[in-house]
Design a binder for this molecule. Structure first.
Ligand code: 4AD
Ligand code: MG
Length: 430
């Protein structure tokens, strides 16, 4: 019977064949332990010379790391194995012999691993991170579909720049200029006016010269947008959504969290509601904590965000930032004109901002004025302004950065390990 490692619990006591790669092995004169992986999981194959005979035993002993093979054996329950099962090998058939696999079980430097990302992805740790990423994506679709949102796909090639014009990748679009999308937001606003509650999930691009553990050049964003909602309604969707994905990972990725050594007690507690502090309060708090460098009107850096996040054991919303440090489209607060109806969600444990969101200006004249103030008067924004001419309604939305969220939930230090092929300041290979 042909099966996969994830299915072995159904075959205890039976003989099965699994297509696998050899991740690692150890052997003595009489017994060989093969660490096998097949993409669905990891299992140990035990080859006993007395049981399989000299030929199969010698072949098992000589398999090289990352060779591919069909292994046949009997599934046994095994309490010592993290997976709970073991394979008593009866025969094997090598498909392809791997020679000089560069990533050995010893320690390697980060740059070496990044140069070998196409192979590094096969490691147990990277496998666990990718499975957690997948669970976050799966539960994202589940959450939004269950709550009446429609998935809409904004374009990647655009003529507009929602998050400022300095961090754009441009390219030729025949005779015109085009940019790689920084955010699908403007298009999602149009979609919300057509479908009510919408969400997108796609790649976004920022030509940011930042070399930090939180910045990628290409990253994936989930961007919901909601017609007839207000700022506060959006914060509630955000805290429910983030709680939902954390609880889904806890439920469905226990093995992966264990592989990564994640302290899951810190995740158990992530349930809505989340605390909120205003930008004004955050400034006062930072002054009290001894950050004398920061003054009202400045944007927060990573150390500021971390200091604020450390006061809470859940993600925290920082609300109502100064208008001057946020994009053109944000709705002013009702009672004062110098701050906007926005919030950044800061993850615990130093992972920084995972969500940026706001209520959008719905008044035609005010939007026109803000576009002019930002020199965004080209035809590229004509359609966006028109959304305010035909049944304009208050609407907020937000963007969750997938890789920062994966980093936080997995407990991995750097976002480069949270995307299969990271695009970084000095890295386009592999
Ligand atoms: O705060 P940002 O720039 O917000 C927007 O783009 C809005 N238009 C979203 C919206 O309202 N629809 O980005 C949103 C999130 C950040 O909170 C962060 O998690 C992530 O995207 N992000 C990055 N992640 C990795 N690398 C980068 N260079 C990132 N820049 C933003
Ligand atoms: Mg932001």
């Amino acid at each position: 019977m042909k099966t996969t490692i994830s299915e072995v619990s159904k075959f205890v006591g039976q003989e099965v064949t699994i297509g696998a790669w050899l991740a690692n092995k150890r052997s003595s004169g009489k017994i060989a332990f093969l660490q096998l992986r097949d993409g669905t999981g990891f299992i140990q194959g035990v080859v006993v010379k007395e049981e399989v005979g000299e030929d199969i035993f010698q072949s098992a002993k000589s398999i090289t790391q990352e060779s591919s093979l069909f292994v046949t054996g009997i599934i046994r329950e095994d309490e010592r194995s993290p997976f709970g099962y073991e394979l008593s090998v009866t025969s094997l058939e090598i498909i392809h012999t791997s020679v000089d696999y560069p990533i050995t079980p010893k320690e390697h430097g980060t740059e070496f691993l990044m140069d070998n990302r196409h192979l590094w992805l096969r490691s147990k740790r990277q496998h666990a991170v990718m499975k957690i990423r997948n669970e976050i994506i799966r539960s994202t679709y589940e959450f939004f579909n269950d709550n009446g949102f429609v998935k809409v796909d904004p374009p990647i090639l655009t003529g507009s720049a929602p998050e400022g014009t300095t961090e754009l990748f441009n390219t030729k679009y025949f005779d015109e200029d085009a940019y790689l999308s920084q955010s699908g937001q403007l298009y999602m606003e149009a979609a919300a006016m057509a479908l009510g509650k919408v969400f997108s999930f796609g790649p976004t691009f920022r030509a940011e010269k930042s070399k930090t553990r939180r910045h990628l050049i290409e990253f994936w964003m989930i961007e919901p947008e909601m017609a007839f909602y207000q700022h506060e309604d959006s914060l509630q969707v955000q805290e429910q959504y983030v709680s939902y994905i954390v609880q889904s990972v806890l439920k469905n990725c226990q093995l992966e969290l264990k592989t990564l050594g994640r302290d899951t007690s810190k995740l158990e507690n992530i349930k809505a509601p989340f605390p909120r502090i205003s930008y004004d309060e955050a400034i006062t708090f930072l002054h009290e904590k001894g950050f004398t460098d920061i003054k009202w009107g400045d944007d927060f850096g990573a150390p500021h965000e971390t200091a604020i996040a450390e006061s809470y054991d859940k993600p925290v919303f920082i609300t109502n930032y100064p208008k001057a440090i946020k994009p053109f489209y944000m709705q002013p607060a009702p009672d004062r004109d110098d701050v906007v109806l926005c919030a950044d969600m800061i993850a615990p444990e130093g992972y920084g901002e995972i969500i940026g969101g706001s209520e959008r200006i719905h008044d035609f004249e005010l939007m026109k004025q803000r576009l002019e103030e930002h020199n965004l008067t080209s035809d590229a924004y004509k359609w966006y302004l028109e959304l305010r001419q035909y049944g304009s309604v208050p609407h907020p939305g937000f963007g969750l950065g997938l890789e920062r969220t994966v980093a936080w939930i997995s407990g991995v230090e750097h976002v480069r390990e949270t995307i299969p092929f990271p695009r970084l300041l000095n890295r386009l290979y592999p």
